[in-house]
Design a protein around this ligand. Structure first.
Ligand code: FES
Ligand code: FES
Length: 170
């Protein structure tokens, strides 16, 4: 079947069996290799992407459900090539990755969490980020999530201040 959607801001149309897991469309047809295959059973989170802003495990999400939706993968997480997403910045600052394989999925899950809950507690993090890391980077990851929350809040208040300054000068 023919399926159209937006991925990382660009319109795409694919010709594919509608039952194909979205993960394989992303990796094999669209050649975006940042999203990883781990378990293939919606258990590990390595394949996490966003569909209309929600974290989704793409290994277990048939591509037909993505029709007319907005998909974001790790390649599209940062607002521009010059600017990192706060989650990416926090991950660098806390030197989170070890082998790195699970990390795109964790970052996508974290970005989705912070969109809904800009200041999560440890309990919120434990309840929402249930991905698996074989290298057990969980401690650094939790620190990075708190750091990303602070960076997000700082960015938000900086842009509010800028808007106020702009409106005062007009
Ligand atoms: S590969 Fe999708 S959850 Fe593990
Ligand atoms: S960093 Fe190696 S699996 Fe998570």
């Amino acid at each position: 079947m023919t399926i159209s959607f937006k991925i990382n801001g660009k319109a795409q149309t694919v010709e594919v069996d509608g039952q194909t897991p979205l993960l394989w469309v992303i990796r094999d047809l669209l050649n975006l290799k940042g999203t990883k295959f781990g378990c293939g059973q919606a258990a590990c989170g390595a394949c996490t992407i966003h569909v209309n802003g929600e974290a989704v495990r793409s290994c277990s999400y048939a591509v037909k459900f993505a029709a007319d939706k907005e998909i974001t993968t790790i390649e599209g997480l940062s607002p521009s090539e010059e600017q990192l997403h706060p989650v990416q910045q926090a991950w660098i600052d806390e030197i989170v990755p070890q082998c790195g394989y699970c990390q795109p999925g964790f970052m996508m899950a974290t970005a989705a969490l912070l969109n809904k809950n800009p200041n999560p507690t440890d309990e919120d993090i434990d309840n929402s980020i249930i991905n698996i890391c074989r290298c057990a980077t969980y401690y650094r990851m939790r620190k990075a999530i708190h750091r990303a929350a602070k960076l997000t809040q700082a960015n938000m208040s900086a842009s509010t201040n800028q808007e106020e300054t702009t409106s005062e000068t007009h």
